[in-house]
Write a protein that binds this ligand. Structure first.
Ligand code: ZN
Ligand code: ZN
Ligand code: ZN
Length: 268
């Protein structure tokens, strides 16, 4: 059973009342659902963290039944228990150099062809153009499908074979805008993500007169001529793109050193 299936056959039950313990949740369930035909469909019951009871059942349909019919429609249980299912994990990949005019559907179609099936959940693609006017797409997929695509390495869009690589998300501080750390560890001065003034981005009154603090600083340090008239959070920000490229290069080098399956992960 792959990971995605395992998530779909798991039901998490928690008490709405914080004082109820996991054991009490389990007893409540046993009292209300405890017939033998039901027991046959349950593979395992685990007491989890935070007053949770995790139930593994035999199939996807059984999980749905348990969640919707047996608990959410049970007069006694529905007001006392909250039922959820684990969220399936997703991963982002980047598809390089897609043809001009490529639409979301084209990408979904190409991915379906490459995987030989539709991805488990809906594909979300963000299409953007980089500094050199090349168009790329960032695609969010279930981890299992993303890994498969990365192994295949390319997808065919129109007549173009486009490279697929893991997408490394970079972190940016919401307080000072700098790339590489998060707000809670920030010791820098506050900087606006729109105009680079010394105030909170949300209070900015600059009307499209944007200046990117990161590109200004990058130019100062490296003497580059990065274009600076954009927000610090702009996906096309040259400093962000450069940071991402550097990450990708580092990833490539680490792969060459540790063949064959080293995956770097730089998620937030
Ligand atoms: Zn900061
Ligand atoms: Zn501002
Ligand atoms: Zn910038």
């Amino acid at each position: 059973m792959d990971k995605t299936t395992s998530e779909k056959t798991t039901v998490i039950v928690a008490a709405l009342d914080q004082k109820t313990t996991a054991k009490e949740v389990q007893e409540k369930l046993a009292r209300n659902l405890g017939n033998t035909s039901e027991a046959g469909k349950i593979k395992k019951i685990i007491t989890g963290k935070q007053q949770q009871v995790i139930i593994k059942v035999t199939g996807i349909e059984e999980a749905k039944q348990l969640k919707e019919k047996k608990i959410n429609e049970n007069e006694k249980l529905k007001n006392e228990l909250k039922v959820t299912q684990p969220r399936s994990k997703t991963h982002e990949v980047i598809v390089y150099g897609i043809p001009d005019g490529t639409q979301q559907e084209d990408i979904t179609k190409s991915i379906t062809t490459a995987l030989n099936k539709s991805p488990e959940t809906q594909t979300i693609a963000k299409i953007f153009e980089d500094n050199n006017k090349r168009t790329h797409a960032i695609v969010k997929l279930p981890t299992i499908d993303a890994k498969k695509l990365i192994t295949i390495g390319r997808i065919l869009i129109g007549f173009l074979s486009c490279t697929v690589k893991p997408y490394h998300t970079i972190i940016r501080c919401f307080k000072c805008q700098e790339i590489g750390h998060k707000t809670y560890t920030c010791t820098n001065e506050e900087r606006c993500g729109k105009c680079c003034g010394k105030h909170d981005t949300r209070k900015c009154e600059a009307d499209k007169n944007y200046t990117c603090i990161n590109c200004v600083n990058y130019n100062k340090k490296n003497g580059n001529g990065f274009e600076t008239t954009h927000c610090a959070y702009d996906r096309k920000c040259p400093t962000q793109l450069k940071t991402m490229n550097d990450l990708r290069d580092a990833f490539r080098r680490s792969r060459q050193q540790h063949q064959p399956t080293q995956t770097a992960n730089n998620e937030q």
